[in-house]
Ligand binder design. Sequence first.
Ligand SMILES: NC(=O)c1ccc[n+]([C@@H]2O[C@H](COP(=O)([O-])OP(=O)(O)OC[C@H]3O[C@@H](n4cnc5c(N)ncnc54)[C@H](O)[C@@H]3O)[C@@H](O)[C@H]2O)c1
Length: 364
Amino acid sequence: MKTIDPSAPGILITADALRNLVYMLWKQAGSNDREASLIADHLVQANLSGHDSHGVGMIPRYVAVLRDGALHLNQHARIVRDAGAVLTIDGGAGFGQVIAHEAMEHGIAKAKKLGICAVGLRNSHHVGRIGHWAEQCAAEGLASFHFVNVAGFAQVAAFGGIDGRFGTNPFCAAFPRSGQPPLVLDFATSSIAVGKTRVAYNKGEQVPEGCLIDHAGRPTTEPKVIHEAPFGSLKPFGGHKGFGMAAMCEIFAGAMTGGFTTRAETRNESGPIINCMLSVLIDPAAFDAPDAQAEADAFVAWVKASPTLDGKGEIYFPGDPERARRAARGAEGIAIDHTTWNQIIASALAVGVPASEMESLASS
Ligand SMILES: NC(=O)c1ccc[n+]([C@@H]2O[C@H](COP(=O)([O-])OP(=O)(O)OC[C@H]3O[C@@H](n4cnc5c(N)ncnc54)[C@H](O)[C@@H]3O)[C@@H](O)[C@H]2O)c1
């Protein structure tokens, strides 16, 4: 690990060193080997992919929830109903990085057998970057789409509303391609992910215009309205269309899976981050579509051949930016701002990682 430069606001660390730290932290906290590995892989992969909002910066929140007794270690995805191509799975408020992984394993096995499987996952702690789960399905040759709610987190205003009524409810869809990386569309239905306001808040930066409103509904670029009272709200992306999509995420994920939706009775932004997720996994080979890959390839090539606005650069497809960042950060290291880094160190010490281990990491 090395400091970027004295004037730069953070540290630069290799993916391997960061993975070791995260693994060590959760082992010390009581996770078994597999759980600590899955958490470390997921969080560091999110940072590598450029989504710092869902990377190691989540650790302080996870540790706080663990210490409150609301996050349960070493849980497994429990199938509560198997209706053939429809599975209902309960996460037992366990680590989402394990629960979603196992839920996808169950769905993958079914979809390979039946051609399709709808997995209704409820009561999981934070499942992180949803693209991670779509990539797990794509690695097995399956297309998938995922609707997710952040149950009880009323942080996003309705289209036309001025206070938070639902969460940042991500949507994700992926298409596997033979001999090429999958297309992976994965985004929060809020104008920006709440974690991106945390990253900006920790760095002392503003967020782009059009993303936030304050407690009175006035536009602001100040991320503290999400992290300090009086609380404001995020806006949905894309006006009425983004709002509609967020609402369908809430219903499909929160209601249809047997989980819960966000409303006055369930509201709890300071507690555990409970995600419910409806995932539909499809084996493309089950369709009568022998030319599907060639059709998709031809479409991608046609769009990528578009002249660009600045005459330089390339047209990106969903998933391209994450791959480009993985290559860059894999080679250069992952930058973490000082506030976030200090919070992670404090969390590691709080769960009992010896200070000497942290010092040896800092000097490596
Ligand atoms: N678990 C949760 O509760 C939760 C809640 C909200 C968000 N999230 C996660 O947060 C992450 C970040 O979400 P976000 O809304 O900030 O993502 P974002 O705004 O960065 O959008 C990401 C998507 O847009 C695509 N993309 C980005 N730039 C592009 C370009 N120039 N051309 C073409 N495609 C492009 C990416 O490939 C990706 O599919 C996601 O991984 C999401 O799953 C999780």
